[in-house]
Design a protein around this ligand. Structure first.
Ligand SMILES: [Zn+2]
Ligand SMILES: [Zn+2]
Ligand SMILES: [Zn+2]
Ligand SMILES: [Zn+2]
Ligand SMILES: [Zn+2]
Length: 260
């Protein structure tokens, strides 16, 4: 009897251990919508979450991250791509009402996610749905290139030949100068002299890069009306019947699959 129990226990242990042995988790970087990043092993992914195993001070923790907080995964996987693959795999079993999308467009708000009732124009954004980006250093969507390229805003420049601004680089053997015609190019000290190594790889020679927060546009979604341009009682007038214009498909009970 005792021996038999020991055998059962061994089988259970093996069964529990197997998935870890056969499926080697893929190491990825997860980027959140707010720009924060998290590195870890991709344990699983489904329609709601990505499960990432992260090392928190020596402890391995499985974090469940909902797709709507995720900007991108470094392996290229996105919610849409995952859904597309799933629909291909299950193409013969898909719900005919939602085609396997699991949600349908909300009829109350016509898919806008916004309630049309009792709304007034949002004053914060002057009913445009957008406000200027307030990220430090963002100038109409552009921020100064963090690379080492020549910029008029950095270092000392003087008015010289051809009525141009010039920057001087001094070294043991004398000096060398580049004019503002070379903005966006990188000057490097090599061996015993300064050399122009060409266009900055970070900004491509433009001396600015796109602001991450507003993606180079200079404006972001209005936080008050959430881009709806209208408010009800001072907040975004969310449609009470759906999530961002979508509601679970009733025909398949939100499973995306034909119901028997
Ligand atoms: Zn359906
Ligand atoms: Zn709705
Ligand atoms: Zn640059
Ligand atoms: Zn910006
Ligand atoms: Zn607004």
């Amino acid at each position: 009897m005792q021996r038999r129990w020991r055998f059962v226990l061994l089988v259970l242990l093996l069964a529990g251990a197997l998935p870890n042995v056969s499926v080697r988790a893929e190491e990825i970087v997860l980027t959140y919508k707010d720009g924060k990043k998290e590195q870890g092993d991709l344990v699983s992914q489904d329609f709601d979450h990505v499960v990432l195993r992260v090392n928190l001070g020596g402890n391995m923790i499985d974090m469940k991250v909902p797709w709507d907080r995720i900007e991108e995964l470094s392996n290229g996987m996105t919610y849409d791509l995952m859904q597309k693959k799933w629909r291909e795999t299950n193409k013969d079993k898909l719900c005919t009402v939602c085609q396997g999308l699991r949600t349908v467009t909300c009829a109350t708000c016509n898919g806008t996610g916004i309630s049309a009732k009792n709304t007034v124009d949002c004053k914060t954004c002057a009913a445009t749905g957008l406000v200027p980006c307030t990220t430090k250093g963002c100038n109409q969507g552009k921020i100064t290139c963090p690379g080492k390229c020549l910029k008029l805003s950095e270092g000392t420049w003087y008015k010289g030949k051809e009525d141009l601004m010039w920057k001087r680089f001094t070294f043991g053997g004398g000096y060398v100068e580049w004019s503002e015609r070379h903005l966006g190019e990188v000057i490097e000290f090599q061996k015993d002299k300064y050399v122009n190594i060409g266009k900055c790889p970070t900004c491509g020679g433009t001396t600015t890069i796109d602001c991450k927060n507003c993606k180079g546009v200079g404006k972001v979604t209005c936080a008050v009306c959430k881009g709806a341009k209208k408010v009800a009682d001072g907040v975004a007038p969310k449609c009470p019947d759906c999530q961002a214009g979508k509601r679970p498909c009733a025909a398949c009970k939100g499973t995306g699959l034909k119901q028997e």
